[in-house]
Design a protein around this ligand. Structure first.
Ligand code: ZN
Ligand code: ZN
Length: 258
């Protein structure tokens, strides 16, 4: 692999606390040159730690926001703190925000309110938005349609919808990011989308420490494993993994301006 990128993982997760440097070294060894790390899960401390990690590592960038699971805690003061954190040059996007109607850890109302606030914040800061969407594709498209796409664009990460939903998001201006889900045997619809998304809109991620791709499924995921997902998607698209890695790096550079 020449130069891969992991466009979405969570390096501030407690599961990486003991051996983060070793995780980053393995990523570098696997050819993963750049990592985009998302805070957002849990409290504001995850965002603060994410920015601190990015400031310590030249090739790590940060994204700050409130995950839809925690949308109930998306207060005005927390949004203001996110705005402050985004002052760091290493913060390249706002998120992940969005809708998760599968787990429903926050009410639908709270998730939709938080999503609108994040869209507004991203527009204000001229940053792209990172979207999490699970079993809510139609509603997400409606809300972004009403509120407007942030001028700097955005990505629907860990895409789990079908090709029609992917095409609708591409038409709105989104990039589509695929995770290790494409390597799971029951993910035919996601694979069909990964095979057909336009080459100037495709991204690839781990979502580590979650969702390890085959053959690591069930273990802690880490950025080095993005090469497995890149290889699987390259096969689906009939291109060389190096060529796909190049495309994804160029797309990520455009979206995140890195
Ligand atoms: Zn997510
Ligand atoms: Zn995530």
């Amino acid at each position: 692999m020449t130069a891969a990128i992991d466009t979405h993982c969570h390096l501030a997760d407690p599961k990486f606390q003991g051996d983060l440097e070793a995780v980053l070294a393995r990523a570098a060894e696997a050819g993963v040159r750049t990592i985009v790390s998302i805070g957002a899960i849990g409290s504001i401390e995850a965002d603060e730690l994410t920015v601190a990690i990015a400031e310590r590592h030249r090739n790590v960038f940060a994204v700050v926001g409130v995950h839809p699971h925690d949308a109930k805690d998306c207060s005005e003061s927390r949004l203001a703190r996110l705005g402050e954190l985004a002052g760091s040059k290493k913060v390249v996007a706002i998120g992940e925000s969005g809708l998760d109607f599968h787990y429903m850890h926050s009410t639908r109302e709270a998730q939709e309110r938080a999503l609108r606030s994040h869209l507004e914040l991203a527009a204000q800061l001229k940053l792209p938005i990172v979207i999490h969407c699970r079993e809510a594709e139609a509603r997400l498209a409606e809300i972004v349609g009403e509120a407007g796409m942030p001028p700097a664009g955005g990505v629907v990460h860990c895409f789990s919808g079908d090709l029609a939903a992917a095409r609708a998001f591409v038409a709105m201006g989104f990039f589509i990011s695929f995770s290790g889900i494409v390597t799971f045997s029951n993910a035919g619809a996601v694979r069909a989308a990964a095979a057909a998304v336009p080459e100037d809109r495709i991204l690839v991620e781990t979502d580590a420490p979650y969702l390890a791709p085959e053959p690591y499924r069930g273990r802690r995921n880490e950025p080095a494993y993005v090469v497995k997902t890149l290889a699987a998607i390259a096969r689906l698209r009939g291109v060389e993994p190096d060529r796909l890695a190049e495309l994804v790096s160029a797309n990520a550079s455009r979206l995140f301006r890195i």
